[in-house]
Ligand binder design. Structure first.
Ligand code: ADP
Ligand code: MG
Length: 500
């Protein structure tokens, strides 16, 4: 079990490759005996972090401490750390025993004792055959492969080979075991079994595990502490329960388990509006702030039509073993619901969401995103407006013919009328016009936030209440009626995935 003592500490660690940061300003500590998991999508910097702890990579900036002492200049083989990789590089020409004993046979250590005259003598020694035998047997027992000593490693299954790789790493009795997606190459059933075995092994050994995975369920099952990463930065550190119940932002909420994530805004004291309705909530946020609202599927309560907060209809239902997973549709929004009681597809009913089931998070806006569709005139409609755009970006290498049909690179002719698209517009690519007629979509300025060197202005459209968020140097006033204009080349579109 974990103590309070920090065994590893990363302070302000950056790693830059060719001018690009793989990880940025990592601040993190691991307690002695803890099972810590670095969790995040591929490329977020998990392995880079592990390699720096192991000593295979040097941080570009920052410090790494082991038991309170800086280890930046300590080579990997002098760190009391062993690593298990996804690809279990075993020696194919050696049997199980020799694979595990390999490192032990090479091991030299200094032994100091008193000779018969009482003088201190230091000798470099190796482990005896009997000592090596004992250590190998002990770890084989730990990984449940006692009878396998003489087996050729190539005759073992993937799961067994991975267990040998783990045995080989722990036989050196490291203080810290690093595991980089060690179960990634195994099939699902084997992975589930190994997760439990690894957890049990951790408890038995009492050493510190730092584990890397992109699989949230794996992280939730095994860890004492989870470090959620994205784009080289830590998003949240906490226990599995903290991370699941109190995700810090929409990324974490989405990555950990299934969530409904709605765009909302604060309309009063502990009142938030989303899915077209005002809900009471428990979090205090400033008036008019744009927020992400996260509601777990198991926290949405289904009731009869007219009895809940919002009426709608069940549009899908799948039995998942313990509960039903249902989709409830209200206008354009779909809500995922888990309940042990099924409501049938087509049933008109209502949902109820309790204040403490509504998790509100600051929205980190990096671009405006809308759902839209292409018109007959090859313009795009979204957010209560119609905009000139370049439809050829939807198909690489395409062009328009004289009649306005799109011709693909392969020569196929496509009618884009009513095709649904995802639209993205940069925060600085929107021009605000001080009347509601000359632009392409009109609305009211609902919020202005000063961001140090510019203002972030939110314009809410009249009908659909969609928000344009604009970074601008110019000062505006709240409640001004305005409209927006966007250059065609600044409207980035992708085809919406068609799931039929
Ligand atoms: P993860 O393990 O989370 O999938 P990595 O730590 O392997 O992520 O990689 C993080 C980022 O650093 C990626 O963008 C990756 O391409 C980059 N990167 C990793 N190792 C190197 C390297 N040796 N040289 C250049 N870029 C690298
Ligand atoms: Mg990796």
């Amino acid at each position: 079990m974990a103590t309070e003592e920090k065994i590893i500490e990363l302070i302000g660690v950056d790693k830059v490759y060719d001018g690009t940061a793989a990880v940025e300003n990592l601040n993190l500590y691991v307690r002695k005996g803890e099972f810590v998991t670095l969790l995040g999508p591929s490329g977020c910097g998990k392995s880079t972090t592990l390699r720096m702890i192991a000593g295979f990579e040097m941080p570009t900036k920052g410090t790494i401490l082991l038991n309170g002492k800086e280890i930046t200049d300590v080579p990997p083989y002098e760190r009391p750390i062993n690593t298990v990789f996804q690809r279990y590089a075993l020696f194919p020409h050696l049997n199980v025993y020799d694979n595990i004993a390999y490192g032990l046979k090479l091991k030299r250590f200094k032994n100091t004792y008193e000779d018969k005259d009482g003088k201190k003598v230091t000798k470099v020694e190796k482990l005896s055959k009997a000592e090596i035998d004992a250590k190998v047997s002990r770890v084989l027992k730990l990984v449940d492969l006692e009878e396998f000593e003489k087996r050729d490693v190539t005759t073992l299954s993937g799961g067994q080979q991975q267990r040998i790789a783990i045995a080989r790493a722990i036989v050196n009795e490291p203080e810290i075991l690093l595991l980089d997606e060690p179960l990634g190459a195994l099939d699902l059933k084997m992975r589930k079994d190994m997760q439990l075995e690894l957890k049990a092994m951790h408890d038995k050994l009492g050493i510190t595990f730092i584990y890397v995975t992109h699989d949230q369920e794996e992280a939730l099952t095994m860890s004492d502490t989870i470090v959620v990463m994205k784009d080289g930065k830590i998003q949240q550190i906490g226990t599995p329960i903290d991370i699941y119940n109190e995700p810090k932002n929409a990324f974490v909420a989405d990555f950990i388990g299934e969530s409904n994530i709605f765009s909302g805004w604060i309309v009063g004291d502990k009142k938030v509006k989303f899915i077209g309705k005002v809900f009471d909530c428990v979090d205090d946020f400033p008036l008019n702030e744009n927020v992400d609202v996260v509601v777990r599927p198991e926290d949405v309560v289904l009731t009869d039509a007219g009895q809940g907060d919002v009426d709608g209809e069940i549009i899908s239902s799948v039995f998942k073993g313990v509960h039903y997973e249902m989709t409830f549709s209200v206008g354009k929004t779909e809500i995922l619901i888990q309940d042990t009681v099924e409501r049938k597809v087509g049933e008109k009913c209502a949902v109820k969401i309790a204040p403490d089931s509504i998790h509100i998070m600051h929205r980190q806006i990096d671009a405006n995103r809308f759902e839209g569709y292409i018109t007959k005139k090859n313009t795009v409609k979204f957010a209560d407006g119609e905009f000139e755009c370049d439809v050829t970006q939807l198909y690489a290498g395409s062009h328009l013919d004289d009649e306005g049909y799109l011709i693909t690179k392969e020569g196929e002719k496509i009618d884009l009328t009513d095709v649904e698209v995802n639209v993205e517009v940069g925060l600085r690519k929107i021009e605000i016009i001080d009347n509601d007629e000359d632009g392409d979509a009109a609305g009211e300025i609902v919020q202005i936030v000063y961001k140090g060197d510019h203002y972030q202005v939110t314009i809410r459209t009249d009908e659909e209440e969609e928000d344009f968020v604009v970074d601008t140097e110019y000062a505006w006033n709240e409640h001004d009626r305005v409209s927006v204009k966007i250059k065609p080349e600044d409207i980035k579109m992708t085809l919406k995935a068609v799931n039929k």
